[in-house]
Design a protein around this ligand. Sequence first.
Ligand code: 2IT
Length: 447
Amino acid sequence: MKTTEIMARLQAKYPTEKEYLQAVQEVLESIEDVYNQHPEFEKAKIVERLVEPDRIFTFRVTWIDDNGEVQTNLGYRVQFNSAIGPYKGGLRFHKAVTPSMLKFLGFEQTFKNALTTLPMGGAKGGSDFDPVGKSNAEIMRFCQAFMLELWRCIGPDQDIPAGDVGVGGREIGFLNGMYQKLARQYHTGVLTGKGATWGGSILRPEATGFGALYFTQHLLHKAGKDLAGQKICISGFGNVAWGAVMKATQLGAKVVAISGPDGVCHVPDGMTPEMNDYMLDMRASNRNMVEDLATKFPEKVKFIAGKKAWSIPCDIALPCAFQNELSEDDAKELKANGCWCCCEVSNMGCQPGAIHFFQNNGVLFAPGKAVNAGGVATSGLEMTQNAAHLSWSAQEVDDKLHWIMESIHEQCVKYGTRPDGSVDYVKGANIAGFMKVAQAMLEQGTI
Ligand code: 2IT
């Protein structure tokens, strides 16, 4: 297998699908050497099969807004790979959603899910519906219309969607309500991220952020450091950032910035639990403005319009918002301001130039598919609880999440340790995830 040859073919076939090509390139570069030591992979054309989704559903979603006007959006579900388990992955509602974005996310999800130790295949879905400025009633009507189409594609042993950008507990509630009405048979485990009283796992809302900080703590310990006392910059103020702020603060770090599309909030003394709670109101308002934190806490928070979180000096950067949100220039600015670690929490949050800069300039770096896997892992734990018709305590879920994040870290170390003893977490995560999926495909024949 030659990465350059496969990429040339994919580029010719999908010339406009930039995010998808970027995600595939990163994985193929990492696995090329190991892959070529396995002639059985080459013979079965594992890579050629693995880079294409199993299938993509595209559908029209028509709904009526609060002014009585008819609105039409596009909905998608990309079922990427089911070699190790049923399709599993989130739904993203964002105005920029395209098949390319969902293909890249489904591809990443396949390897991420393999790292969790749980039997889950990879998928992603969503819509170009823009939640910004929408009322609760509009969100509900859209979710119901979306599920009218999606429900035929999913099921508890087939494909289990969850949240992602623009889809949280509220949206999962509306989606689940419509699914159960259509199915006329209660399938508790058809969506994850449900409310705690109707089949949701305790700690699922917190899990992505908590897991990211557990992973970061393992990475720091391996490098002889600790989270306590570190200054952290976080981008975003959605579900993932919320959980990350909470756990970082609990572990003794100081979150000195969160950011949004409108700018950055600088919090020199660190985020407090009250500010952390207020992030939930900011998300629920659908205003999509981080400035609201400074308006609410004017004495402790300074809003800087048009700036990113990466402009605030810190020890550790945690991108928690969107793909490609951290550029090479941002990486240089972070380093110049003293940053020595970046754990990517958003999916593909760092541009390739930023990753190379970090890796070549002594900044510890770990990729999203390892760092943020605690979210989908806890979705997997929710599926287990649903299948067994019971619910575990917070302690039980947290213990399992801890163990899973430790195991993901160990897999990265196993496959990513360089001759000098340092760890290439990108390579480690990609090889570990790939080997599991490739082996499963091989054992199940040419299908
Ligand atoms: O990117 C992700 O891993 C998610 N959005 C969570 C997926 C899930 O099924 O919980």
